[in-house]
Ligand binder design. Structure first.
Ligand code: CO
Length: 174
């Protein structure tokens, strides 16, 4: 399973709700965890593997041994979020080498379906809340670069241009 890199249009496409909670969905989630661990990430959204569906996975520890921290959310909705927002450094598997601080709510309460289609509610705070909000943005076609400060946008412009160039070359090669 390949990770889709910026500026692939699938990262900006609309993501359809999950309706079938079947074996294929469970396999997709498992493959996403595998791809995430392999590439050293802590979260991954389905559009980042070229599947435009409302599915995200994360593990705040980023290690397959820490299975108890694995979170799978189908069709996530935000129920409420803290007034407090905190700034913290983020990266994204679709933007290799790019890091910048992003402002996120300190905690969020969400509702989602699990892989069996059961609806549940959960609160995330601190690092997990940050990962959730980053991945949740992906399901809306929103990327962390959209939330960079003007000075970080300027600073990272050359790196983003490099990614765009590499993408154009990959299209020409295929
Ligand atoms: Co990302």
């Amino acid at each position: 399973m390949e990770i889709v890199l910026f500026p692939d249009p699938r990262l900006r496409a609309k993501n359809a709700p999950i309706e079938n909670f079947d074996e294929q969905l469970a396999q997709l989630a498992a493959a996403m965890f595998e791809a995430m661990y392999r590439t050293g990430g802590v979260g991954l959204a389905a559009p980042q593997v070229g599947v435009n569906r409302q599915l995200l996975v994360f593990n705040e520890e980023g290690k397959p041994e820490a299975k108890e921290h694995e979170v799978v959310l189908c069709n996530p909705r935000v129920v409420s979020k803290s007034k407090d927002r905190v700034s913290g450094e983020e990266g994204c598997l679709s933007f290799p080498g790019i890091y910048a601080p992003v402002l996120r709510h300190e905690s969020v309460v969400i509702e989602a379906e699990d892989l069996q289609g059961e609806t549940f509610e959960k609160e995330f705070s601190a690092w997990e809340a940050r990962i959730f909000q980053h991945e949740f943005d992906h399901l809306d076609g929103v990327l962390f670069i959209d939330r960079f400060s003007p000075s970080d946008k300027t600073r990272l412009k050359p790196a983003l241009l490099d990614l765009k160039r590499a993408y154009q070359e990959s299209l020409a090669d295929s």
